[in-house]
Write a protein that binds this ligand. Structure first.
Ligand code: PMP
Length: 302
């Protein structure tokens, strides 16, 4: 990672190399953090953050599930994110806000520790490489089950929950795949290690619903709107594993991964190997993020 100027910590911009926390911070021992991944794009109409408010609202909700009140409002977090990007002279970048339980006591109980906040930004290109956006990626069905609603709720983007995602990601990479399709506790399709899933069959798009242990992806919500506006039928439902092998197309959505086609699952080609619907949706997504056309009012220009 390239070193930059500053990181925003508890309301102040701190020099990059001085942005430190105590080793006995609760978060380091018990995974008690809540985070977001947001992108800003250097669109043809100027630099802009995509879905800034939606992301900050999800951050506050992720924390709320764990009885953690954000010390900053969504509006304050929005302003701080823009301030941090400006301070680092970036246009297109990745934005990482984090709320975490800091230095206090070191029992399991987080409630006795302060809630600290930081926002860091850095330069980041295509998550799985520029080529993957065009040609798709090869994935497998993970042997790891996605975290469940009554263990570590996947609706919260909590640091600790990403131990589960790490197991899936490591396993995928070590077996030669770009990423994984994770199943939920009922063996229904859930999502990738850090992305939601869509299936195309004829003129209908299927995606796992909120009962399938998913994180409610902001890109997922954007794609649901794009697909409906393009005239596709969209169905949010539980999806059995076998559906993977009868779908015409499958794709991932996420802030990092954007809209990425899946070329094969467990070495079996998806559909006939082409993905025209995925590319059509991807094109509409790029119309917002690359060209700065904003039909859904999602861009914050800065
Ligand atoms: N699921 C998980 C587990 C994720 O980490 C992400 C990335 N935030 C997503 C789905 C996609 O969400 P979004 O489109 O909001 O980035």
């Amino acid at each position: 990672m390239k070193e930059l100027n500053t990181i925003w910590m508890n309301g102040k911009l701190v020099p990059w190399n001085e942005a430190r926390i105590h080793v006995l911070s609760h978060v380091l021992h018990y995974g008690s953090s809540f985070f977001e991944g947001i992108r800003s794009y250097n669109t043809e109409k100027g630099p802009a953050v995509l879905a800034l408010t939606e992301h900050m609202e999800r951050l506050v909700h992720s924390a709320k599930i764990y009885r953690t009140d954000s010390p900053y409002s969504v509006e304050e977090l929005n302003r701080a994110a823009i301030e941090t990007i400006r301070s680092n002279n970036l246009k297109a970048c990745y934005i990482r806000p984090l709320l975490y339980r800091g230095f206090g006591e070191l029992g399991v109980n987080p409630l006795t520790c302060p809630v600290d906040a930081l926002i860091a930004v850095w330069e980041w290109g295509a998550y799985l490489g520029e080529e993957s956006l065009k040609n798709g990626v090869d994935v497998h069905v993970s042997s790891w089950t996605r975290i469940t609603s009554n263990t570590v709720p996947g609706l919260s983007k909590a640091g600790g929950g990403y131990l589960n995602a790490q197991l899936a990601k490591i396993d995928a990479i070590q077996n030669g795949y770009a990423d994984a399709i994770m199943l939920d506790q009922h063996q229904m399709v859930s999502e990738g290690s850090g992305a939601n899933l869509f299936f195309v069959k004829g003129d209908t798009l299927y995606t796992p619903g909120i009962g399938s242990s998913i994180l409610i992806g902001i890109t997922r919500n954007i794609v649901l709107r794009i697909a409906a506006d393009l005239g596709y039928k969209v169905v949010e439902t539980s999806i059995p594993r076998g559906f993977i092998h009868t779908a015409d197309e499958i794709f991932y959505t996420g802030t990092a991964i954007e809209v990425t086609p899946i070329r094969s699952v467990d070495k079996v080609k998806v559909g006939n190997g082409s993905f025209p619907v995925t590319l059509k949706i991807q094109e509409k997504f790029f119309d917002i993020t690359r060209r700065g056309n904003d039909p859904y009012n999602l861009l914050t220009f800065f």
